[in-house]
Design a protein around this ligand. Structure first.
Ligand SMILES: Cc1cc2nc3c(=O)[nH]c(=O)nc-3n(C[C@H](O)[C@H](O)[C@H](O)COP(=O)(O)O)c2cc1C
Ligand code: SF4
Length: 525
């Protein structure tokens, strides 16, 4: 009889809550019972409140147990875990867990399912089809397919990927580059990390397709140093892909060369900004470059470069394999396809939820996320990282898409949602946004470098109750200058969390009543 396959995630989020101990306990207990088991260290399914989530392969599919602690293991095995049976912590068929069942997984289709160390497993689950198609296509056709899919950048700006690739393809240059941006600095986000740890070959496949599309011979994968597990996983996967002929002088039999090099960043937020990231790869200080020239014309080492977020790139294999129409068929308005939304902060069901654009913020926070973990009412959610606006429950009807959020002075960024209950103090959150900008500013332009420090001072004065109305007007003026005068979005978007906090929660700043405060600052945006 073949060994029973048990899945215990090796994902950093699962390791943080004891997955290694659980795997060891299962191995020990199975050996003691004389049962042969194969323990696969898969990625996470993205149901982080259930980690460590142990899955058992049965003839009718995988069943799940969670959250499992090492001390639970003997009891669970005595109750039939190795046969896929149990009561305590038993969640039934994994695919039927409502949080998973309600998702549309295109980009994360294999994450948590495959063995991330195995290229054969990746291929057995449909991986590689897109790359093989791309290898047989002329570059312009790959670009046309991605353009037709409507895919937009998942790094924050939502720029159409096909247009960016076309620009690089048509740019003159003896050499061209792909840069995969896995700096993932946004608060509450972990989609890049989950993919790298759970489905690393999808990242490689996406980068290789991008390389073939724009005529780049080398791709740089930039990962922050806080992601040691992702770094190790990607290093191993790159070596495996190279040995299999997916990388090298003849990329996937295309007759064209493509190689991937991994670079580790030290973890400055601004190094996620594409031009600061290029400086960092070149060995320089992470300082933002003025645009133009765009990286697509003059990027890494002065060569045409496509800088894309990791999720953007990992979305491409599906598009090449299933066709542009399959991707474009779902979505909302100009936001096509799916978005891996990350639910974090004070939320009951924290995790990754991949869905077609258009699901409302309220559905995400209340129905899918289950409200706050503390059980108190939700007061605010910050969407889109530290530069994203705060949304009160009165705006929970906002559909999750680029344009709907922009229309309400917000942004979806990399898809992170951080939830706060009614104990949050919004003036302190506004101060935090300004302080974050001051700490992370690259220092290149005055509105951000100086403005953020002046912003902290103004907010300190308001929090202390000094000349609140006068300082609120000054803060609004300062935000205007930062918004329109900053060189990049770090200084330019810090006004979003600050002004949204002031607009929606004036009482927290000592401004009253809400209606007049709203009127007072209604001219901003
Ligand atoms: C301060 C700052 C930080 C950023 N951090 C990231 C990041 O961590 N990851 C990312 O993909 N994009 C980040 N971006 C956006 C990038 O500059 C760039 O738009 C993106 O990598 C392009 O890829 P996409 O078109 O696939 O979204 C950041 C931008 C700014 C201004
Ligand atoms: S806005 Fe801030 S981070 Fe961006 S270039 Fe100016 S100083 Fe640097």
């Amino acid at each position: 009889m073949s060994a029973r396959r048990i899945f215990v995630p090796g994902d950093a989020g699962a390791l943080a809550v004891g997955a290694d101990d659980v795997a060891a306990a299962i191995a020990r207990a199975a050996a003691a019972a004389g049962v042969a088991v194969e323990i696969v260290r898969n990625g996470s399914r993205g149901l982080y409140w259930l980690e460590p989530l142990v899955e058992v392969e049965t003839p009718t599919g995988r069943v799940a147990f969670g959250p499992v602690a090492a001390e639970d293991v003997p009891g669970l095995i005595a109750a039939g875990l190795l046969e896929g049976k149990g009561e305590r912590l038993f969640l039934g068929p994994t695919a039927e867990i409502p949080f998973l069942k309600a998702q549309t997984r295109f980009t994360f289709a294999r994450c948590g399912i495959v063995d991330p160390a195995s290229l054969a497993d990746y291929r057995a689950h449909g991986g590689g089809v897109g790359l093989m198609r791309a290898a047989a296509l002329p570059p312009a056709e790959i670009v046309a397919t991605v353009t037709a899919s409507g895919l937009r950048g998942r790094g924050g700006a939502g720029f159409p990927t096909g247009i960016k690739w076309k620009t690089v393809l048509e740019a003159a240059g003896a050499r061209k580059f792909i840069v995969a941006n896995a700096d993932e600095g946004d608060s509450g986000t972990f989609a890049d990390r989950m993919l790298m740890e759970g489905d690393p070959f999808a990242v490689i496949e996406g980068m290789a397709i991008a390389g073939l599309a724009v005529g780049a011979t080398r791709g740089y994968l930039y990962i922050r140093s806080e992601y040691p597990h992702a770094i190790a996983r990607m290093e191993a996967a790159i070596a495996t892909a190279r040995a299999a002929g997916w990388l090298g002088a003849d990329c996937a039999g295309s007759g064209r060369a493509f190689e991937i090099e991994l670079r580790v960043g030290a973890g400055a937020y601004v190094c996620g900004e594409e031009t600061a990231l290029l400086e960092s790869i070149e060995g320089e200080r992470g300082e933002v470059r003025a645009k133009p020239p765009l990286p697509a014309h003059k990027g890494l080492f002065g060569a045409p470069t496509a800088v894309n977020n990791l999720v953007t790139l990992a979305s491409v294999p599906f598009i090449l394999a299933e066709g542009a129409e399959a991707y474009a068929a779902i979505g909302f308005g100009r936001s096509r396809g799916t978005m891996p939304i990350q639910l974090a902060g004070n939320i009951r069901h924290g995790g990754l939820f991949e869905a077609a654009f258009g699901v409302t913020l309220g559905e995400l926070v209340e129905a899918i996320g289950g409200g706050t973990l503390t059980g108190r009412p939700v007061r605010a959610v910050q969407v889109g990282g530290p530069l994203g606006a705060y949304f009160p429950p009165s705006l929970f009807d906002t559909p999750f898409d680029y344009e709907s959020f922009a229309a309400r002075d917000g942004l979806i960024g990399h898809g992170g949602i951080v939830v706060f209950d009614d104990t949050v103090e919004m003036a302190a959150m506004a101060r935090f946004a300004m302080e974050f900008c001051a700490l992370e500013s690259c220092g290149k332009c005055t509105p951000c470098r100086i403005g953020s420090t002046r912003g902290v001072e103004l907010l300190d004065a308001m929090i202390a109750g000094r000349e609140v109305a006068k300082n609120a007007a000054l803060l609004e003026d300062l935000c205007d200058i930062m918004k329109f005068g900053s060189l990049c979005a770090l200084g330019g978007f810090t006004p979003y969390p600050v002004m949204s906090a002031l607009r929606h929660y004036p009482a927290d700043f000592g401004l009253a009543p809400a209606a007049s405060a709203e009127k007072e600052i209604a001219t901003w945006a």
